[in-house]
Design a protein around this ligand. Sequence first.
Ligand code: MG
Length: 299
Amino acid sequence: MDNRRNFIKKVIAAGTLASVGVSLPLTLPAAPQKGRASLNLSFQEGIAPGKSLNEKFDYMEKLGIVGFEPGGGGLANRVSEIKQALNGRNIKVSAICAGFSGWLIAEDPEKRRQCMESTKEILAAGSELGSVGMILVPGFNGQQPSLQMPGAREILLEQLRELAEYARQRNTAVILEPLNRGEAWFLRLLADAAAMCREVDSPGLTCLGDFWHMTREETSDRGAFISAGKYLGYVHMASRKRRSMPGEDGEADNYIDGFKGLKEIGYQGYVSFECGTKGKREETVPAAVKLLREQWKRA
Ligand code: MG
């Protein structure tokens, strides 16, 4: 019935436009899926003021923050501490931020093996915490010697297939993060990360759009998120000039175009703060949250 009603509406619209000399294709493009997406804010451990996890979580709950992103280093030993502090709260572990050793595009197979093993350990701990995934960078600029293209990509994909399957079995994922050229030469564009996800084709592999890196590398925030589409698993947030709290860089901190893209792909994942602050945390953090909610509404 709804389809029929929409069809009639389209026919009427086409007829009206045709009468003023505009011709339309027979099938109209699908409408953007606005309305399905939601802004689920998350904080890395250093963002909220507070001396203990409990103080931080109290603060986050008051601000309506629903995700917590701990670092991956030593995570296995922190599972019960984190579980306890989250007990009965409206906050979940969002993703796990890196913490692995070695790197996946290392020339030295031993370094690649270290990365596979440490990544699996962190994925297992993250899975116990119910995290959506663990953030992984294939290689930083400083990690040398590294494999070169095109061989590097094939070896990376082979390892990602194994990690994605390991993650999938534990109901979590590896989240590939493109960085800016100052930090990594190998993976800089969201579309490139998404293409790797497409090739691996597993719910155990997704990708991340970090506004900080995107500011330097992407030609369009909206375009980048649309290019990632269903493979987008996570978003990082920071101010756009100094990687501070959103809003601290004034006019530059406009996320509306990116938020439009997130709405168009129906993104329901987390948008997680990964940044410092130049001001007083008690002031800059709530101001940033307010700014993002306003911009989300306007997108
Ligand atoms: Mg990031």
